[in-house]
Design a protein around this ligand. Structure first.
Ligand code: GAP
Length: 486
């Protein structure tokens, strides 16, 4: 059965995953806030990415049959960069969508979202109403948010909020090489906010105006770049599967030649069957792009354009570069081969909010389970992968007496001290407490009952299998650590 997006959005609101931004003032279109559970879930998504890509990265890359290790490092760069960055990168001239206005109702749409010659907001009710003549011709609209640096408001102080984190890695390529002794091939990763003044933000957090990216720029020798592209394309697809997205809902789609960016040799998207899309359609979670030497060369030489098979610096009517680069040498010298070259870049660019939304949609399940009296009740459960679940363990005393709350309270403190996100709950019938945890995706519930005082054991209940086991109270922390690792 197809999941309902409305049900998922309402669960997100009710249980504190996602709220509309500034809701008490009526919300702000394209902006979202994460509540207590959502903030933890998104943090876990980010940490899974950072851990797998940077800190715990211990991978052997095998692009050409020869096993080679490679280094991964992280950076955190500023949101407002030198305005020249966006001119050299091409964003200033090229980062736009085509928009269409409806002259009658003043609504504005992305032209590719207008399927007919009529205004999508008010389809024709009577002949002549909202016909083609009411819509403007498509016009360019730059998606970068503009701001002013300092107290003077002139155009010379205009700057932009970054529309992608990637440029922070390119402009720091030399700094990283010189300061951290990395050798090619290596990757620079970053997680951070990006901003795009989307014409039509839509589909919950999927298309927002403020969002978070998890991007990595992998610098390699041009001769090996195609193999590394294949490597990252497959590895990034597998990341979502390993974190619980079933392969039925996920595809890896290679771009057609006419979809490729003007500089790209190859791009593949990891796409997910979001419930808000018609059957058979998928929405982008991540793009893995072979960017060649476009970015480093742009920041050396100036904004590049394609001329036949070559990338050349775009010039103005006086033959001068239209947008200058930094003029700095951003090539790499390989001291083994004694070769100097502009590295090629493979870029896996993911969205933290889109990944979080996909994990929320994938986790949502409904089933039927007997309640305390044996009557069948419908149950909502969020089947988050244990690494991603915002709460890992709930601790319950079966009843509020006979020392059970004290024992449960001590266990709860021990779990927190061991760094395991836990909650304590003694309110209501045990079945209702299980339901509350199922609905927020807590994988394990521990109950302290009458036997705990006599034999020192507790029950541990698994969210998905509903299996209950008795284990020693003093082994709970290790047991949970083991389950979270597996
Ligand atoms: N540096 C390359 C780059 O930024 P992109 O495909 O434009 O590539 C990468 O963005 C990822 O960022 C997307 O796959 C998506 O997950 C996320 N993203 C882009 N625009 C977004 C938006 N308006 N709202 C939420 N996420 C967005």
């Amino acid at each position: 059965m197809k999941k309902s997006m409305d049900t998922i959005v309402s669960l997100c609101k009710r249980r504190g995953f996602v709220f509309p931004s500034s809701e008490i003032y009526g919300g702000s279109n394209g902006f979202w806030d994460y509540g207590p559970l959502g903030a933890q879930l998104k943090r876990n998504v980010r940490e899974a990415w950072w851990g797998d890509m940077v800190t715990n990265h211990n991978e052997l890359g095998i692009p050409d049959g020869a096993v080679s290790t490679f280094q991964m490092v992280g950076v955190e760069t500023s949101i407002i960069m030198h305005p020249q960055v966006w001119k050299a990168s091409g964003h200033y001239d090229l980062f736009h969508d085509m928009m269409i206005d409806c002259r009658e109702c003043q609504a504005r749409f992305r032209s590719d979202h207008v399927a007919t010659s009529q205004c999508p907001r008010k389809p024709s009710k009577a002949p002549g109403d909202h016909e083609a003549c009411q819509l403007t011709e498509p016009r360019e609209f730059n998606l970068m948010f503009k701001t002013i640096i300092g107290a003077l408001s002139g155009e010379e102080n205009a700057a932009f909020l970054r529309p992608e984190t990637a440029q922070g890695m390119f402009v720091n390529f030399k700094n990283v090489v010189d300061s951290s002794r990395v050798k090619i091939p290596f990757g620079i990763a970053q997680v951070g906010k990006s901003f795009r003044n989307e014409i039509t933000p839509r589909n919950f957090t999927f298309r927002s105006r403020e969002f978070e990216q998890m991007e990595m720029e992998f610098f390699c020798h041009p001769d090996q770049s195609r193999q590394w592209y294949e490597y990252w394309r497959n590895r990034r697809f597998q990341w979502y599967i390993d974190l619980g997205i079933t392969s039925d809902n996920l595809i890896l789609r290679d771009h057609d030649a006419d979809e490729l960016s003007h500089y790209s040799v190859g791009t593949a998207d990891v796409e997910y069957a979001f419930p808000f899309l018609p059957d058979g359609e998928y929405g982008e979670l991540e793009g893995i792009a072979h960017r060649g030497d476009f970015d480093l060369r742009s920041h050396m030489e100036g904004k590049l354009v394609r001329q036949g098979d070559d990338l050349v610096v775009e010039t103005d009517e006086h033959g001068q570069p239209r947008h200058r680069g930094s003029g700095k040498d951003l090539t790499y010298f390989d001291d083994q081969s004694r070769e100097r070259f502009a590295p090629h870049v493979i870029e896996p660019a993911a969205g933290a909010d889109r990944a979080t939304l996909a994990f929320l949609c994938e986790a949502y399940h409904e089933d039927e389970q007997p309640d305390d009296k044996g009557n069948m009740q419908s149950r909502v459960l969020m089947r988050f992968h244990p690494r991603l679940a915002p709460v890992k363990v709930a601790v319950f005393p079966l009843i509020k007496k006979e020392g059970m709350p004290e024992t449960a309270g001590r266990l709860y403190q021990d779990l927190k001290a061991a760094g395991i996100a836990s909650v304590y709950d003694q309110q209501g019938a045990i079945g209702r407490r299980y339901r509350r945890q199922d609905e927020i995706g807590t994988p394990f519930c521990i109950t302290i009952d009458g036997d705990t005082a006599t034999d020192g054991t507790v029950t541990i209940r698994d969210r998905d299998s509903l299996e209950q086991q008795r284990i020693p109270l003093d082994s709970v922390v290790d047991n949970i650590h083991g389950r979270l690792r597996s």
